[in-house]
Ligand binder design. Structure first.
Ligand code: GLV
Length: 322
């Protein structure tokens, strides 16, 4: 009997590949030096027993219909699963798994890195030094905002939102959060659950930590931004599309928002030229989980889910379990 085939849509850390190879699978890597497009993926559908994918891959109905029944699992190497048509996966009996927990702390660290970078204007200051334009310490140069004692509003009180709240406590911040349900872990950290409107009105820093769903798409829209506390700073390490980018740019232009720290964008890897031109916006290339340890763990987790399912067992991290 020939070895089962696993298609890996983009390079992942070797530890994940090694698990698959050691389990006896024929691993085929996407040979393209870019993320596969919908047609590239479709060309592989129906040929493999499992796919290890990235959030940049569109796992849509057409793909899943063609990939099944040979394909038993799509293991997303990400915690977010907004790139996958879950209804179609259920319809065609394809297990979907993700990589929760292992990236929580790294992503919360990056959220805080952006919060500090925007509050203390690190991007602008660093650009000045690199440009050879620094003329020595100036008492009025690069005056930013304090972080301690300020109010942080966290939208989305899941694992990452809660990990952000833990860090905020260490910085003596007041914490508000907005979530469908109250979260006892958040309450234990002294965070208070409020409506989105109240959170926007009262927070000096706003951190977006919710998944992208139909409900959260453009949650931060003209209406939400109309009520923001003047001079607040917005941090987004969730998904670009939870914010209406046109409205974000307007709010940054007219000073309702003093700054923004963005790791994610609506149409990655495109970044709006308006944002690129703004000194008060810190822009990162979707690196929330990008530490050596975390990325290794994500790859290993995705590989383990494939191994479980191809061995006839349930996945360890099911999103959809057939
Ligand atoms: C990153 O954005 C992830 O969903 O893992």
């Amino acid at each position: 009997m020939s070895a089962k085939s696993v298609y890996v849509s983009r390079i992942i850390p070797e530890s994940g590949i090694n698990l698959l190879v050691n389990a006896g699978y024929a691993v085929q890597m996407n040979p393209l030096a870019r993320p596969p497009g919908a047609d590239d993926l479709l060309a592989e559908a129906g040929k493999h027993d499992a796919f290890v994918c990235q959030l940049t891959d569109r796992i849509d109905r057409r793909f899943l219909k063609t990939a099944a029944p040979k394909c038993k699992i799509v293991a997303n190497c990400a915690v977010g699963i907004d790139n996958i048509d879950l209804a179609a996966a259920t319809e065609f009996n394809v297990v979907i798994s993700n990589t929760p927990d292992v990236l929580t702390e790294s992503t919360a660290d990056l959220t805080f890195a952006l919060l500090l970078a925007t509050a203390r204007r690190l991007g602008e200051a660093e650009r000045l030094v690199r440009a050879g334009a620094w003329r020595g310490l100036g008492m009025l140069d690069f005056l930013g905002s304090d972080v301690f004692g300020k109010t942080l509003g966290i939208v989305g009180a899941g694992r990452i939102g809660t990990a952000v709240a833990k860090r905020a406590r260490g910085f003596d911040m007041n914490i508000l959060y907005c979530n469908r349900n109250s979260n006892p872990l958040m309450e234990k950290l002294g965070a208070r659950r409020v409506s989105l409107q109240e959170l926007m009105q009262r927070s000096e820093f706003i951190s977006l930590n919710m998944p992208l769903t139909e409900e959260t798409h453009h949650l931060i829209n003209a209406n939400a931004l109309a009520g923001v506390k003047r001079g607040a700073i917005l941090i987004n390490t969730a998904r670009g599309a939870v914010v209406d980018q046109v409205e974000l740019i307007k709010a940054l232009r007219d000073g309702r928002l003093a700054a923004a720290g963005l790791d994610v964008y609506e149409k990655e890897p495109t970044v709006a030229p308006e944002l690129l031109a703004m000194e008060n916006v810190v822009l990162l290339p979707h690196i929330g989980s990008a530490t050596v340890t975390t990325r290794n763990r994500m790859a290993e987790m995705a590989a383990s889910n494939v191994i479980e399912v191809l061995s006839g067992r349930p996945p360890r991290n099911p999103v959809i379990q057939c």
